[in-house]
Design a protein. Structure first.
Length: 141
């Protein structure tokens, strides 16, 4: 029995050494998402999204249609938020659903995706767009 314990310890040490040499995708993703560069990049994306929403609100308030480039940029921000949420969910599993801020993010991003889907099939739901503004106040971890 003592040999089994030593053998498992040696296997664990070997595994940890290999993991440090060639970290798994999840380890690299976790490291990336905890980096300062990632935080700064996320901040710039959020600021860009604020500006895009601001321009969109002004344009629609003046009675004009939103330009295609603005819709594409706003959709790109939504895609980035969605990918980030999926990455966080993949890394943390079901624990993310215990975080109230993450649940709020799910509702907000989900409303943006719902709006995108409804617009694609020809249904305009401008009220749902207001929920996306809340995304700017709540940032994923």
């Amino acid at each position: 029995l003592e040999d089994v314990g030593k053998n498992n310890f040696v296997k664990l040490q070997s595994f940890l050494a290999k993991e440090q040499e060639n970290p798994s995708c999840a380890v690299r993703l976790e490291k990336l998402m905890r980096s300062t560069k990632y935080d700064v990049s996320t901040g710039f994306i959020i600021l860009a999204d604020v500006g895009l929403n601001w321009m969109d609100i002004d344009i629609r308030a003046s009675g004009k249609d939103t330009p295609v480039w603005l819709e594409v940029c706003a959709t790109l921000c939504l895609v980035i938020y969605t990918v980030e949420m999926l990455a966080i969910t993949a890394l943390r599993g079901r624990r993310v659903f215990q975080d109230r801020w993450f649940l709020l993010d799910i509702i907000i991003v989900g409303s943006g995706l719902l709006q995108l889907f409804l617009n694609a099939i020809g249904i305009s739901v401008d009220e749902v767009a207001l929920l996306r503004v809340l995304l700017l106040a709540s940032t994923p971890e």
